[in-house]
Design a protein around this ligand. Structure first.
Ligand code: ADP
Length: 366
């Protein structure tokens, strides 16, 4: 139970217990010794004629003496006062002693994936806290290096794969154009093309995911033209499934970088089309409210089960792997959206659409 109490209070409780036990022991000892002393030194005056002589008496038990009761009360009060003052002093002293730990803990809490490599300032003291801070800084530097290596590796791998893939796609296209093909060969070529498309989409997503995605500049980005550009890019995909994408006209704008924001709406609208049945509708709206801009992408697709509504923003998470694979999903699209939106201090959530489908909601501070 003691483990659930903060360290400072635990420290005070333990110190107070020690103080209480020591003071009570001291009080009992002094009481016993007082009784013994009183038995030895109790004397009474005896008057004979004009002279007064001191005669030793055998008193009634010293415990019955009024002085003894006063002494007992005083020692009890002194014990209580010492324990109380000692506990308060321990509370303040422990605050002083634990302050470097509290400061270190606050600094550690400020660390996240973005500022892992930023070292915590070493305290002036040459104690255990300094050692702990040094070890923590070292651990964070190693972690940062390992993260960078991982990112670099996936970025390089994706980059290196892009060129041979493009060459293969081009060669296949030329091969498909030659006249001497029979039906079976053409079918095989088209299947290979589909797989190559999937691969190049995965590589593109990987490249986006391994990018730093930090904002080079922030400028007003008008949303309506941006939505129109993205819808134009996706028109071929939407046409194939006879899906209508509606854009509500708006004069809203957000602060950020258009190239990155375009990727966010591309991924969201592409998902809305990918995961919706043919002949359904997808709608994108933007509204201004006091202090914020709210953007919503609504579809009439399968929707996302409640227990997966946070997990879909994690890298490589897919609600239904086979469905996602069938539509060419990598599981990175929403993770990239989240990463970019975080850089814009915006939040993204998903909730069900009525009667069916999903609504992705993004809130930008304005
Ligand atoms: P993917 O490349 O697989 O689409 P995403 O990160 O874009 O990866 O999405 C993660 C998962 O979330 C998808 O695999 C899919 O299961 C689910 N999902 C995303 N958008 C939608 C949507 N509009 N409707 C239904 N499910 C969706």
């Amino acid at each position: 139970m003691l483990k659930k109490i903060p360290l400072r209070i635990r420290f005070v409780l333990v110190a107070s217990m020690f103080l209480l036990v020591s003071c009570v022991a001291l009080m009992l000892l002094s009481n016993v010794s007082a009784v013994q002393m009183m038995e030895v030194i109790t004397v009474a005056p005896s008057i004979s004629g004009d002279s007064i002589a001191m005669t030793s008496l055998t008193p009634a038990s010293p415990i019955d003496q009024p002085y003894y009761h006063i002494f007992q009360r005083k020692t009890a009060i002194a014990t209580a006062v010492i324990v109380l003052v000692g506990s308060v002093a321990t509370y303040f002293a422990s605050g002083y002693v634990l302050k470097p730990i509290c400061d270190l803990s606050k600094e550690v809490q400020k660390r996240n994936i973005e500022n892992l490599g930023q070292p915590i300032q070493l305290p002036q003291s040459a104690d255990e806290i300094r050692q702990l801070t040094q070890s923590f800084n070292q651990m964070m530097t190693d972690l940062q290096r390992s993260f960078s290596l991982q990112k670099e590796f996936s970025a390089n791998a994706a980059h290196e794969l892009r060129t041979p893939l493009a060459v293969m796609q081009a060669k296949l296209e030329i091969f498909a154009l030659s006249e001497s093909q029979n039906e079976a060969t053409l079918e095989m070529v088209s299947a290979m093309n589909r797989q190559l498309e999937r691969l190049s989409k995965l590589i593109e997503d990987l490249l986006w995911f391994s990018k730093d995605l930090s904002l080079e500049r922030r400028e007003p980005v008008p949303l309506y033209p941006l939505f129109c550009d993205v819808v134009e890019e996706l028109s071929e995909l939407a046409k194939r499934k006879s899906i209508k994408i509606n854009i509500a006209e708006t004069d809203c704008y957000v602060m950020g970088q258009d190239r990155l924001l375009e990727r966010v709406f591309y991924n969201l609208l592409e998902n809305a089309v990918k995961y919706s049945p043919p002949h359904s509708q997808v709608t994108i709206t933007a509204e201004k409210e006091p202090g914020l801009v709210r953007i919503q992408v609504a579809d009439q697709g399968d929707g996302i089960p409640e227990n997966f509504r946070e997990a879909v923003f994690e890298p490589f998470f897919r609600v239904d792997k086979s469905r996602s694979r069938a539509v060419g999903g990598s599981g990175l699209g929403l993770a990239v959206c989240k990463k970019i939106l975080e850089r814009h201090h915006a939040q993204i959530t998903v909730r069900p659409n009525k009667p069916l489908g999903s609504i992705f909601k993004i809130i930008f501070p304005s």
